[in-house]
Ligand binder design. Structure first.
Ligand code: KG4
Ligand code: ZN
Length: 331
């Protein structure tokens, strides 16, 4: 019985492959990380990312199939991220998926990476109950949305400049931490105290976000203050400002849009501080907090495979061709 989706995700700096069944159970997931390659540059170097995908994609697919002990006969379709992302990286994934589809005679679906993140909260267990207020916080995106059901998405507010993940990464760099900055800043912040009152940009303005002012404030603090505080305290004060903004906006969104669940997805959903604050807010607002298990918060292919099942159910078949500009509502 061919009842598995082979998911392929190469939108950015990780080569990820996974096998997922219709219920969202992950039979295997293999992620080949490029952190070592990009660490030297303090960020992603697109040309290097594409080249690394070329080297790792086939071994990663083979390892994934081997780990689950399945063959092509167990695969119903292939789902591959077609955007948004880096063009060179996307091309490796989509071309490989197309070639495999031809060789194995399997349909290939081009998947919106953001739809993947959305479905990450239902991996291994069906968690999301609709209507839901959703916050997507990743390296490339930051927004709040309201979902009446699995396919009806209304965007409530997005960032006018930097994403939350990007801000974490830049502050991490200022603090001399390794790439990606998110987890490292969180860890440092745990040992610090909130001593600096960093700005909370656009705190009281609708549901829009802005983070470039906060990033600049941290940079300014570090270059103009004569005696700067410890890096632990700077990190703790920065994380506090980010959480304040995210939770204030989320509270507003939940108040305006009666929801059964509050869903947080994207790489920053791996932040322990965010998870704790979100739990407190959810208790107060009497909604169920739905978070992807830690390993499915950051980029992975299992979420792409689960999203592929939706495309199949809805009869939406997008080609495996890179599309750099895709919005949350797009399939
Ligand atoms: O979703 P993701 O893996 O890739 C994109 O689609 O962008 O998100 C990556 C972002 C990076 O900016 C990374 O620093 C951030 O997620 N991130 C975190 C944590 N883990 C990853 N940010 C804060 N705390 C974390 N623990
Ligand atoms: Zn992502």
């Amino acid at each position: 019985m061919s009842n598995l989706i082979l998911g392929i995700e190469t939108s950015c700096d990780d080569t990820a492959v996974a096998l997922v069944d219709r219920e969202g159970q992950v039979l295997s997931s293999v992620i080949s990380s490029q952190i070592d390659i990009h660490e030297e540059f303090g960020g992603i170097f697109p040309e290097h990312a594409a080249r690394a995908h070329i080297t790792t994609i086939l071994p990663t697919i083979n390892a994934c199939l081997k780990r689950a002990n399945v063959t092509k006969d167990d695969i119903k379709a292939i789902g591959v991220t077609r955007g948004p992302g880096l063009i060179g990286s996307l091309l490796v994934g989509t071309n490989t998926a197309s070639a495999l589809g031809l060789a194995w005679d399997k349909p290939v679906y081009g998947i919106n990476h953001l739809r993947g993140h959305l479905r990450s909260a239902d991996l291994e267990e069906q968690r999301v109950k609709y209507p839901a207020t959703v916050m997507l916080v990743s390296g490339g995106h930051t927004f709040l949305a309201y979902m009446k059901n699995k396919s009806d998405i209304k965007i409530l507010g997005t960032t006018r400049d930097d994403s939350v993940g990007e801000t974490y990464d830049k502050v991490g760099r200022m603090l001399g931490l390794p790439y990606p900055g998110g987890p490292a800043v969180d860890k440092l912040a745990k040992n610090g105290k909130i001593t600096i009152n960093f700005p909370r940009p656009m705190l009281h303005e609708k549901l829009e976000f802005s983070f470039s002012g906060l990033k600049s404030a941290v940079a300014r603090y570090m270059t103009t203050e004569n005696e700067i505080d410890t890096h632990e305290n700077i990190a703790a004060s920065f994380v506090d400002a980010v959480m304040d903004v995210l939770m204030t906006k989320s509270r507003k969104a939940l108040k305006q849009n009666p929801s059964k669940s509050f869903v947080i997805v994207g790489g920053v959903a791996a932040s322990p501080q965010l998870r704790e604050k979100a739990q407190q807010l959810s208790n107060k607002m009497k909604v169920e907090l739905c978070l992807p298990p830690m390993r499915w918060a950051t980029d992975n292919a299992a979420m792409i495979a689960l999203a592929t099942w939706d495309y199949i159910d809805l009869g939406i078949h997008k080609p495996a061709a890179p599309q750099l500009q895709l919005f949350m509502q797009d399939y």
